[in-house]
Design a protein around this ligand. Structure first.
Ligand SMILES: Cc1cc2nc3c(=O)[nH]c(=O)nc-3n(C[C@H](O)[C@H](O)[C@H](O)COP(=O)(O)OP(=O)(O)OC[C@H]3O[C@@H](n4cnc5c(N)ncnc54)[C@H](O)[C@@H]3O)c2cc1C
Length: 433
């Protein structure tokens, strides 16, 4: 079907921003740049804001600088699925590193999820948070077998609660395109715009200064301390945290050479009629399939929020929205003719070993590389980085610590080559006709 965005003016920003401060013109409060602070944090997403919160609560003076709107990076542009995820499967990790290592990583992943949920509950980030479970669908019997093998391992070795969906007509499956799947019980959803803004408010309430539209131009050593350079002057700091993930600029070359930035794309439909909603995603969970380049979606305020085409090249957001709409209609033919109201993109980053990492290079702390699973992991590693700065080494301990990150090979960090790799994955796992 050809793209059809004519009926509604396409809004080229995240649906998640509607009703939050991110959709309003920024109030430019005259915050003056301090000359000296204990800690400067580069990047005001979930990583930077959580680190700022922990540090400010511990009595440190903290300055968070963001190149754009605080909270306006991937943290408010994402698929909203909060779970126990990173890019490695249990099966792969068990083969590569042994059963004990796989169990250790996946146990920590459960701790990462619990940390995020506890923070949401204790800090009152509840708005939009729901413990809804997640359904992962399989589009072929082969994919279903792979999914079952993985989740049998996770249930057996980590104790994860999961229901196996064997039949294509199981009411848990939101689309006839799935031949089976799994329902993961302990998974949740957030409202990314509100989640991001709650982190911003918490950091500020704890005493951190957060300034937007203030790109950090460079970080240099000054004896045992650092100088953070901005267009409005320099700041002397004792510690620095790099929390820029997918938006890490090339000027931060040690970090940018260790990250592969990947763009992802999402659309929101117009509100759906009640009879359509009743049939669609009946369990109101979060959903995706288990292809490498998958589609993911959920309902929000009677709209379908649909993502995919990760890493592909698009000439414009309108063109992308047309393509993503075709994929949405493939899964939900009943949505043919429904308007797309919002289309947006966000950028994440992968490291060379596809694990997220927290660490310290040449005295500069970092927490990066979430590879599209940062909603729980970014606050967790931001917090761990803060604990390390506070000298709480035991509490800062995590399997994700690695000071000496390896390079990402040159082709894997070139924006013009990433779409080719993604096309390759899509050709290997095409959607059945
Ligand atoms: C479309 C999409 C879907 C996703 N879906 C999910 C999901 O369903 N579940 C999940 O767990 N994760 C998901 N993710 C991943 C998750 O959103 C990220 O991992 C997480 O938000 C990363 O947070 P962050 O704070 O590290 O980075 P960001 O929120 O991206 O913040 C980085 C900030 O650094 C700033 N910055 C860059 N350069 C500078 C500079 N020189 N000076 C100052 N500031 C600078 C940027 O402006 C930006 O605000 C998704 C991501 C995308 C893009």
């Amino acid at each position: 079907m050809a793209s059809d965005n004519r009926k509604t003016m396409l809004r080229e920003y995240p649906w998640w921003w509607e009703g939050t401060a991110l959709a309003r013109p920024e109030e430019q409060a005259a915050v003056s740049l301090p000359q000296r602070v204990d800690v400067a944090i580069v990047g005001a997403g979930l990583t930077g804001l959580t680190a700022a919160h922990t540090l400010a609560e511990a009595g440190r003076s903290v300055l968070v600088l963001d190149a754009g709107r605080p909270g306006g990076g991937a943290s408010s542009r994402n698929g909203a699925m909060l779970g126990r995820y990173f890019k490695h499967s249990f099966g792969q990790l068990k083969e590569a590193a042994g059963l004990d290592t796989a169990i250790a990583y996946f146990r920590e992943l459960c701790g990462v999820y619990d940390f995020a949920v506890k923070r949401i509950e204790t800090l009152g980030f509840g708005s939009g948070f729901r413990k809804c479970g997640r359904v992962v669908g399989a589009i072929t019997p082969g994919h279903r077998d792979r999914l079952f093998r993985e989740w049998e391992l996770r249930a057996k070795h980590v104790g994860e609660a999961v229901d196996f969906i064997h039949r294509a007509d199981d009411p848990e499956l939101p689309t006839k395109r799935y031949v089976g799947g799994v329902h993961i019980i302990e998974n949740a959803a957030v409202h990314p715009g509100r989640y991001s803004m709650a982190h911003l408010q918490a950091a500020r309430a704890a005493g951190a200064t957060v300034i937007g539209n203030m790109p950090v131009l460079g970080v240099s050593r000054n004896g045992s301390a650092f100088v953070v350079a901005t267009a409005r002057g320099n700041v002397q700091v004792r510690d620095v945290l790099i929390a820029t993930n997918g938006y890490t600029p090339k000027s931060q070359s040690w970090f940018s050479r260790r990250l592969s930035p990947i763009d992802a794309f999402m659309v929101a439909t117009a509100p759906l009629a009640p009879e359509k909603l009743a049939r669609l995603c009946a369990g109101n969970r979060t959903y995706h399939d288990n292809r490498k380049n998958s589609n993911y979606y959920q309902l929000s305020d009677s709209r379908l929020i649909f993502g995919g085409r990760t890493g592909l090249f698009h000439t414009s957001l309108a063109q992308m929205a047309g393509k993503l709409r075709e994929e949405m209609v493939h899964f939900f033919p009943e949505l043919d003719g429904v308007d797309i109201t919002h289309a947006w993109t966000g950028r994440c980053a992968a490291t060379g070993d596809m694990f997220p990492h927290v660490g310290k290079h040449d005295g500069v702390h970092f927490a990066i590389g979430y590879c599209f699973s940062g909603l729980a992991m970014a606050p967790y590693l931001g917090h761990k980085a803060a604990l390390r700065m506070l000298g709480k080494h035991e509490a800062a301990r995590t399997l994700f610590t690695q000071d000496d990150l390896r390079h990402v090979a040159w082709p894997k960090r070139q924006s013009f080559l990433i779409p080719l790799a993604m096309h390759y994955y899509r050709m290997r796992e095409p959607l059945p006709k």
